[in-house]
Design a binder for this molecule. Structure first.
Ligand code: AMP
Length: 120
């Protein structure tokens, strides 16, 4: 599969500092910030700093250090937002997954009782 990255997407602009964000956590390989339209009391997006369009792109091509840095950011977001009662991690992917922003991101959603996983 060929992955083509559009560097004009909104998360690329956030990473370049062209658009502000409400940062929760940052390390060398990942940035986490509050979703602008939160679906729950906790709704944070974790994105890699590298140019990856989707979870499968990141999983295939990101280095071990990038993947470790990303997962460390996920752990820090869970600690900082105190989702000790649980949360949902979602990576919408391409058209069937209804992905709006073509830069890989993981939604961390929690802070309240969520419904069942899918209403297909
Ligand atoms: P997805 O449909 O998985 O691509 O989700 C994209 C998410 O990005 C949505 O939940 C939007 O609310 C969120 N979003 C879009 N623009 C911004 C922004 N400038 N800052 C924070 N979150 C954003």
């Amino acid at each position: 599969m060929q992955f083509e990255y559009d560097d004009q997407n909104i998360f690329a602009k956030i990473l370049r500092g062209e658009i502000p964000n409400n940062t929760v956590y940052e390390n060398d390989h990942a940035l986490a910030f509050h979703d602008i339209q939160p679906q729950a009391p906790v709704h944070v997006l974790v994105i890699p700093k590298g140019a990856y369009v989707s979870l499968d792109h990141f999983a295939r091509d990101a280095s071990a250090a990038e993947q470790a840095g990303f997962m460390q950011a996920v752990a820090e977001v869970c600690r900082i937002t105190d989702v000790s009662d649980g949360f949902r991690a979602i990576c919408n992917t391409r058209s069937h997954g209804v992905q709006d922003v073509p830069h890989y991101h993981m939604h961390i959603i929690g802070g309240k009782q969520l419904g069942r996983m899918l209403q297909a």
